[in-house]
Design a protein around this ligand. Structure first.
Ligand code: PXP
Length: 244
């Protein structure tokens, strides 16, 4: 069964809506762990729009599951990651205007810079994952730059699921699942760990969770949305149940 990474950025987004101190993502991490989260994910953005440096520092000290730091491959973030040493870092593209991460990294286009960043993070003892589209060229480049894992962007699949009948057997949806399955097989053949995530929810997750060799799923928005109604601990536990 794939492990569950819970992204708690949205808890910090709610705090920042009032520029106040609650809700605290550190409390959210405890609740998520009690619900069964295997990985806690935070994205420290350049503009600090949700998670901030204090959150990272405290979560680094308190999270007992694996802490995964999503980050852009910038000098500032590499320095912070090497200082804080989370168990895992996921490199993502970052745009100031975007509402959330919009697409995978262009590993092919930034190969030499990413090779250097990956080496520095790995040198600090951090397991490094690259967030990429289900594109074999990008996956091969991720292996060349030394990544430990690739997280396949499931956004196009989730979009197809929502718009084309919400039935994994529908051809438009099945073809997106097949692209992720092919990408996953390539990732594993190249010796990396196969992770996936983005825009997954309680309805669309099952078809991805059953892909062979999938190690981790990274989910945020849907879990925090459900937590508004049932509480975070239960929302995480319900997602864990879907993964099995
Ligand atoms: N994986 C990556 C790399 C992401 O950037 C995000 C969003 O922060 C997620 C997974 C989780 O996406 P969602 O919030 O849509 O579940």
């Amino acid at each position: 069964m794939a492990e569950l990474g819970v992204n708690i950025d949205h808890v910090a987004t709610l705090r920042q809506a009032r520029r106040t101190y609650e809700p605290d993502p550190v409390w959210a991490a405890v609740e998520a762990e009690l619900g069964g989260a295997d990985v806690l994910t935070i994205h420290l953005r350049e503009d600090r729009r949700h998670i901030n440096d204090r959150d990272l520092e405290l979560l680094r000290q308190t999270v007992q599951a694996k802490l995964n730091l999503e980050m852009a491959a910038t000098e500032e973030m590499v320095a912070i990651a090497c200082r804080q040493r989370p168990q895992m870092a996921t490199l993502v593209p970052e745009g100031r205007q975007e509402i959330t991460t919009e697409g995978g990294l262009d590993v092919v286009g930034e190969e030499s810079r990413l090779r250097d960043v990956v080496a520095r993070l790995k040198g600090a003892g951090i397991f490094v994952s690259l967030f990429v589209d289900a594109d074999l060229r990008q996956i091969e480049a991720a292996a060349r730059v030394g990544a430990d894992a690739c997280e396949i962007h499931t956004g196009p699949y989730a979009e197809a699921f929502h718009c084309h009948g919400r039935d994994a057997m529908a051809p438009a949806i099945a073809s997106e699942i097949e692209k992720i399955a092919v990408a996953g097989a390539a990732i594993r053949e190249l010796g990396m760990r196969f992770n996936a995530g983005h825009a997954l929810n309680y309805h669309n997750v099952a078809a991805i969770a059953r892909l062979p060799g999938l190690a981790e799923l990274h989910i945020g928005h849907a879990i925090v949305c459900r937590a508004v109604f049932v509480g975070l601990r239960q929302a995480v536990a319900e997602m864990k149940a879907r993964l099995s």
